[in-house]
Design a protein around this ligand. Structure first.
Ligand SMILES: Nc1ncnc2c1ncn2[C@@H]1O[C@H](COP(=O)(O)OP(=O)(O)OP(=O)(O)O)[C@@H](O)[C@H]1O
Ligand SMILES: [Mg+2]
Length: 251
């Protein structure tokens, strides 16, 4: 059985950074191979991991649809074709593979994209002991029910009061949607003086979070981002990386 870690939160709070650092830590602990799933249409987990995505599940889906509606290739079922295309889209790196979901279907209906997403996650994940899912920003990904059952649900927020309010909304939504998770982690990114906001104690009680961590605003992280260097190369003694290790340990 693979372990699934989902990382979610509103825009720009550090989901991709934390996902990449988590992957770095899983690799360092020998918890590999890992499947990294970039569920953000503006995919950038590849850059954070130092690889390049050439194709996405979204594009694979479009290609299959045009073949099917064009009436060619009767020997393969739609599902088989999709599987092939998705295998082609998989980026094969040394300790992990990466798949980018790309754009969901046009405005209105997400049903088919959702089904593809779910079946991809299910079939692919089964082949890896660890799966890290970097979600797109906001609540939509939860309401589209991309994932139903995760081992470690990680909700990220900045330290602002508005950010923490969104964190609580995400938590409530996840429960309303009856998403199942074994453990809940709350991450407050860019905390002042390395200190969690006072409200976190109450929020931990409300959410019954298993783990709460604060990550400081870090120069090295900012520099790596500026220079487009992969976060996998962040030094072992980096304080943010050290803290992220507590997340992986909660698995
Ligand atoms: N603790 C930190 N210290 C310094 N910079 C950080 C920290 N965390 C994140 N950043 C920077 O903030 C920016 C946004 O982070 P990131 O891309 O991880 O957020 P995100 O939640 O994935 O954003 P999006 O919603 O666009 O996918 C990046 O440039 C990243 O390098
Ligand atoms: Mg991101």
């Amino acid at each position: 059985m693979s372990k699934l870690i989902a990382v979610t939160g509103k825009g720009g709070v550090g989901k991709t950074t934390v996902s990449a650092l988590l992957i770095k830590n899983l690799i360092a602990s020998g918890k590999k191979p890992i499947l990294a799933i970039d569920a953000d249409p503006n995919s950038c987990l590849d850059a954070a991991l130092g690889v390049k995505v050439a194709n996405t599940v979204g594009r694979a889906r479009e290609e299959v649809r045009s073949v099917v509606t064009g009436g060619t290739n009767a020997s393969l079922s739609k599902h088989e074709m999709l599987q092939l295309k998705i295998e082609e889209a998989l980026v094969d790196a040394e300790n992990f593979d990466l798949i980018a979901m790309g754009r969901p279907e046009g405005a209105g209906c997400y049903c088919y994209a959702n089904d593809v997403l779910k079946s991809v996650i299910k079939e692919l994940s089964a082949q890896y002991p660890y799966v890290v899912l970097d979600n797109e920003a906001g609540l939509e990904n939860l309401s589209r029910r991309i994932v139903q059952k995760v081992d470690l649900m990680t909700l990220i927020s900045d330290a602002s009061n508005a950010g923490l309010q969104t964190l609580l909304r995400l938590y409530e939504l996840a429960n309303e949607m009856e998403m199942h998770y074994d453990k809940l982690a709350l991450v407050v990114n860019r905390v002042r003086n390395g200190k969690l906001p006072d409200r976190m104690e109450e929020i931990q009680k409300t959410t019954r979070a298993d783990i709460v961590i604060g990550l400081s605003n870090d120069d090295t992280i900012a520099r790596f981002a500026e220079e487009s260097r992969p976060f996998l190369d962040i030094p072992e003694d980096n304080p943010v990386y050290q803290k992220v290790q507590e997340l992986a340990a909660a698995l």
